[in-house]
Design a protein around this ligand. Structure first.
Ligand SMILES: Cc1cc2nc3c(=O)[nH]c(=O)nc-3n(C[C@H](O)[C@H](O)[C@H](O)COP(=O)(O)O)c2cc1C
Length: 220
């Protein structure tokens, strides 16, 4: 059993401060949009690392932290990644995707070309770990893996937005090629790719609507 300690770093805010901070964070997050065309302007490694520190502070089932974040920096690897992702995506758009899926994607204008995998300053491959090795060397299962990695990814997206970066959540379908290309251990499964940086000059975003608050949120 782990030892317990006082939660001394817990922020203690007045109701006014709390309201102000909730409203400010809400306004900030409402300016987040997925970006699909990035400029080549670089991002400082310190910024990326602090965002990653935020991500790995996320809660996880039984505190197993069933994730790993691979920052793909080498331009040769980025090229391989793009070629492999585009090969899968060409198949996806031409043959694998059902019509309903293609119809759902039509409003985003996406296709099999993924230049941002080479041009955006930051590419992070996120892996989930359905099991891990215990100190004794046994395979032990992790719990609520998808939920935990999803929450950590959400932290990362919010941290990047807060740092002024734009992010694309990219899920080439299927993503199995990431495991061999990035030489991941056998307990890891590709979860998704996050591309981050700054929008290019001509960047446009689809004019989407959000669910109404009263539809998305109910009180019983
Ligand atoms: C799990 C997940 C997977 C996604 N995969 C892709 C993708 O492969 N390619 C893409 O262009 N956008 C992808 N997106 C972005 C969504 O299309 C986008 O979040 C959605 O249209 C809402 O737009 P917004 O992020 O600007 O609010 C993905 C988003 C999520 C959450």
């Amino acid at each position: 059993m782990s030892s317990f300690r006082p939660y001394s770093e817990c922020p203690r805010l007045s109701e006014r401060e709390s309201q102000a901070r909730a409203a400010e964070f809400c306004r900030l997050m409402q300016t987040r949009r997925t970006v699909r065309s990035f400029s080549s302007r670089s991002v400082s490694r310190d910024v990326v690392d602090d965002c990653l520190r935020t991500a790995i502070s996320a809660p996880s089932g039984a505190n197993r932290q069933p994730w790993s974040f691979v920052v793909v920096e080498s331009s040769a690897r980025r090229r391989e990644l793009r070629l492999a992702a585009e090969a899968e995506e060409r198949e996806f758009y031409a043959h694998r995707a059902p019509v309903t899926w293609l119809n759902a994607l039509a409003e985003f204008g996406t296709d099999a070309c993924k230049p941002f995998l080479e041009t955006a300053p930051v590419v992070i491959a996120i892996f989930s770990q359905p099991w891990q090795e215990s100190e004794a060397g046994d395979r032990i299962p992790n719990y609520y893996v998808a939920e935990s990695v999803g929450i950590a990814t959400g932290f990362l997206i919010a941290a990047m937005h807060n740092a002024g970066l734009s992010v694309l959540t990219h899920t080439p379908s299927p993503m199995k090629f990431l495991s061999s290309l990035l030489q991941r251990p056998e307990n890891e499964r590709p979860y998704l790719l996050l591309i981050a940086g700054y929008p290019d000059e001509q960047c446009m975003v689809p004019d989407l609507t959000r669910k109404d608050f009263d539809v998305a949120v109910q009180r019983l």
